[in-house]
Every structure is written in structure tokens, then in C-alpha cells.
Design a protein around this ligand. Structure first.
Ligand code: FES
Length: 68
């Protein structure tokens, strides 16, 4: 599904970018994918996707940590 209509960037492209750059922030993703560099209408959806994906990554890392 296309998240950014102006630059034709899909959710999958953003998820892949986040997978390869787990600490990337909003500006890093904008620079790396060109999403949200046009009208900016997709900025909220992009931030929501970043938060959702990074929360999943944190949960995944937490589950892999040994219980202390
Ligand atoms: S829809 Fe993403 S910048 Fe316009």
C-alpha cells in the first residue's frame, strides 16, 4: 500500500528501511526514502508507522533478552 502519494513510497519500503536502520528517526527516513518530502500530508501516517514498527522491534529485542 502506498503511504506517500507524492513520492510513491510504500509502507513496505519504509518497513524495509526501518529493518535495515533500526534507530532511524523521521528525518532519516525522509532522507532515505523520500517519503513525506512533498506536500507533507503523509507525515502523520509516516510517524505512526515508525512508532508501530519500532515498538515491535523493541518488543522483539526484549523477548530475546535473558531473564535476569
Ligand atoms: S503524500 Fe507524502 S509528501 Fe505528499
Amino acid at each position: 500500500m502506498i503511504l506517500c502519494q507524492c513520492k510513491q513510497v510504500s509502507e513496505k519500503e519504509i518497513a524495509t528501511f526501518l529493518k535495515n536502520h533500526p534507530n532511524a528517526g523521521f528525518d532519516d527516513i525522509k532522507a532515505g526514502t523520500k517519503a513525506s518530502t512533498g506536500c507533507g500530508r503523509c507525515a502523520f501516517a509516516l510517524k505512526t508507522l515508525i512508532n508501530k514498527t519500532q515498538k515491535k522491534q523493541v518488543l522483539h529485542l526484549q523477548l530475546r533478552l535473558p531473564f535476569v
